[in-house]
Design a protein around this ligand. Sequence first.
Ligand SMILES: NC(=O)c1ccc[n+]([C@@H]2O[C@H](COP(=O)([O-])OP(=O)(O)OC[C@H]3O[C@@H](n4cnc5c(N)ncnc54)[C@H](OP(=O)(O)O)[C@@H]3O)[C@@H](O)[C@H]2O)c1
Length: 249
Amino acid sequence: MGPESPLRRLLPEPGGTTVGELLEGYEPERRAPERRPFVYTNFALTVDGHATIDGRSGAIGSDTDTAMLVALRTHPDAVMIGAGTLRAEGYGRVVADPAKRELRERRGLSPDPLMVLVSNRLEIPWDAPLFAAGAGDVVIFTASESEAPDVATPVEIVRHRDRVDLVAALEELRGRGVRSLLCEGGPTLHAELIAAGLVDELFVTRSPRLAGGTGPGLVTGLEAHTRDLELLWLCESEGELYARYGFRR
Ligand SMILES: NC(=O)c1ccc[n+]([C@@H]2O[C@H](COP(=O)([O-])OP(=O)(O)OC[C@H]3O[C@@H](n4cnc5c(N)ncnc54)[C@H](OP(=O)(O)O)[C@@H]3O)[C@@H](O)[C@H]2O)c1
């Protein structure tokens, strides 16, 4: 399964499409605000709203969902995750397929998106494949004074006082030429970005599964306050729903 994965588009106009076709022409960098990147997020959830099965996200979505995530990674200048997601998922190089890196270059992007990590405590699993890959650049925003060990992938640490200030972090990234950023979670970072008004669009996969239990959902710790979203598209494949929402401002 790849960009050719078939989808049934339900909204806005019904019809057949593929993951690649759906995202073709998605140019988030063109919509970058002046002081921060355009931010879009991607999550896979069960029908009962859980973002994990047995502590990880892998068992939630289908191969088509993976194809969607891989395709979404071919569009941004940067990919951001919280340390909790790195600890749980053990990330590697985010655009692992050379053909996808070439596709990014044809779009005028760097072959590897800048990898952005957020960790107040700098509790980083330094043995994650991401740091052994030796390719791409990693920036870590932290409030810790600890140092990073020597790893193959270039890592830069940006220190904030007391706590990472996400507004300042995104402003700094924008200043470095990051026009678009895909946030892949997790729920804590997602909630903080939304609370700070820093998210523009939400890509949500709803898989036809129930997880039960007490795993986290789309957001952890988001204060009660209704935010209105606009459904921009809805697609289906084998009972799995792929929605794209925009935040109404
Ligand atoms: N279904 C999905 O699509 C999906 C997507 C992503 C993750 N997940 C799952 O979500 C779970 C992890 O949840 P989580 O809420 O712990 O993930 P998370 O948001 O990635 O990580 C939380 C940690 O990130 C750091 N962090 C987050 N916001 C920060 C901020 N504003 N400033 C500074 N540091 C910040 C802190 O790290 P420190 O503790 O190091 O200070 C915090 O403890 C995992 O089980 C993962 O599999 C699911």
